[in-house]
Design a protein around this ligand. Structure first.
Ligand code: ATR
Length: 281
């Protein structure tokens, strides 16, 4: 695509940013919709994030995505925050307003729930949900599920204290579970979500005994490299419906793209195939 002088510009800030899939993902949609626009990787070191964000309106950027390690520090820099980003404690999408204000939001929660709704039989209700992990990804997951109407969450984490702090903060219906008891916590669960780094390429596998997990329970891993983690393989083998982490990545990108480029893009099989071949390439 050859740009005009009116091209819309957006990107992703991270450090490092070279691993980010977002330029390929947004680039796919830009090409599909023949948009006069571009989405670029922006390597920004941790101490420079405020300067980089403040420059966006000056140089005419429509906005950016944020990845590690900027999601939390951006909270204090944005001029306006959506309540969800505040509750999650992280910003992954910034839109530059007409007046140059930086408007921060968090679309990870939307990505998770949309992925579950579109790709699994899980529907919110009072059946317990087990979340493994208590870091930033777990926080976004729990807030998303509670907002979607989940009535009962069990958070199991290696460091129990982190799970207890998160559970306390999230309030009624949320309990912390000892890591040793993660298998027992699956009793009667309708959904299991792994938000830990276990099972990711280069990390140890997630060890968990699935024997008491109901066969109808949906098992979701937010890890997407590999696409089928050992957890998902084990769950699939015993007949549970499974949802991989790639769908969340694809769906979280939709709201930002629409805000910056003015078109609501579709998450479909062509896009998925394109990103999967990228992950394998
Ligand atoms: P993020 O913000 O991406 O969620 P994080 O805050 O580093 O990242 O959280 C990583 C999660 O994986 C944590 O829940 C971590 O458990 P601790 O809170 O005990 O650190 C979990 N995790 C990482 N390595 C683990 C391991 N070897 N065994 C069990 N849990 C692990």
């Amino acid at each position: 695509m050859i740009l005009s002088g009116k091209a819309r510009v957006a990107g992703v800030m991270g450090w490092p940013v070279s691993h980010s899939r977002s330029p390929r993902l947004h680039g796919f949609w830009i090409e599909r919709h023949a948009i006069d626009g571009v989405y670029v990787p922006l390597p920004v070191p941790p101490g420079r994030i405020e300067t980089a964000l403040r420059a966006l309106p000056v140089i005419g950027f429509r906005g950016v995505n944020l990845t590690v390690p900027h999601k939390e520090s951006a909270l204090a820099i944005c001029d306006q925050l959506d309540p969800l980003a505040r509750r999650i404690g992280a910003v992954n999408t910034i839109v530059v307003g007409e007046d140059g204000r930086l408007i921060g939001s968090n679309t990870d929660a939307y990505g998770l729930v949309e992925n579950l709704r579109r790709n699994s039989p899980w529907r919110s209700g009072n059946d317990p949900i087990v979340v493994l992990g208590a870091g930033g990804a777990a926080r976004a997951t729990c807030v998303a599920l509670l907002d979607a109407g989940a009535g009962s969450l069990r958070i199991a984490n290696r460091t129990l204290l982190r799970a207890e702090i998160l559970a306390e903060e999230l309030g009624a219906g949320v309990e912390a579970v000892d890591w040793e008891n993660r298998g027992d916590a699956l009793d009667g669960a309708a959904l299991l979500v792994n938000t830990t780094t276990l099972g990711m390429a280069g990390q140890p596998p997630l060890e968990i005994d699935l024997s008491v997990l109901p066969k109808a329970a949906v098992v979701c891993d937010i890890v997407y490299a590999p696409l089928e983690t050992p957890l998902l393989a084990a769950a699939r083998a015993r007949g549970n419906p499974v949802v991989d982490g790639l769908g969340m990545l694809l769906h979280q990108a939709q709201p930002g793209f629409e805000a910056w480029f003015g078109v609501r893009p579709d998450v479909d099989e062509d896009l998925r195939r394109f990103i999967v071949s990228d992950l394998q390439g």
